[in-house]
Design a protein around this ligand. Sequence first.
Ligand code: HEC
Length: 116
Amino acid sequence: MKFINFFLVNLVIVLAGFNYSAFGQEKEQTPVSDEPAKLQVCSSCHGIDGNKSITPDTPKLGGQAADYLAEALKQYQNGMRNHPIMGAMAAGLTKQDIKELSNYFSGQSSQLFTKY
Ligand code: HEC
């Protein structure tokens, strides 16, 4: 009998909790994110933190200076840097995208290294 009471009390608590959220009394969760809108595209090659490159010729971006990254992206756009993949990637970026992405990758931990 004790067990049944315990069960019922719990059931009431669970149902109360269910009703509470079902009637929308909980505050809407706004996603906390400072991730740039276009990050997903870039992360498929550079990694979500800019440090997991899919190929050896894909540079690490994490911790790199923001102005360097922004400049590189502008150069892919204007043809000063000529690379078929990054040319296409940069072509669709607005000034705001470049700013957001450069600041984001710059703010990640650095795993840059030199061989010598
Ligand atoms: C399909 C793979 C791929 C995707 C997707 C991609 N990149 Fe790249 N990225 C590369 C490769 C490969 C290079 C090296 C290009 C070169 O040799 O100039 C590169 C180079 C760069 C560089 C120059 C880094 C340096 O050290 O000079 C920046 C900055 C960069 N990418 C940013 C981005 C951003 C921002 C995005 C998303 C909008 C993106 N990339 C999407 C493959 C990719």
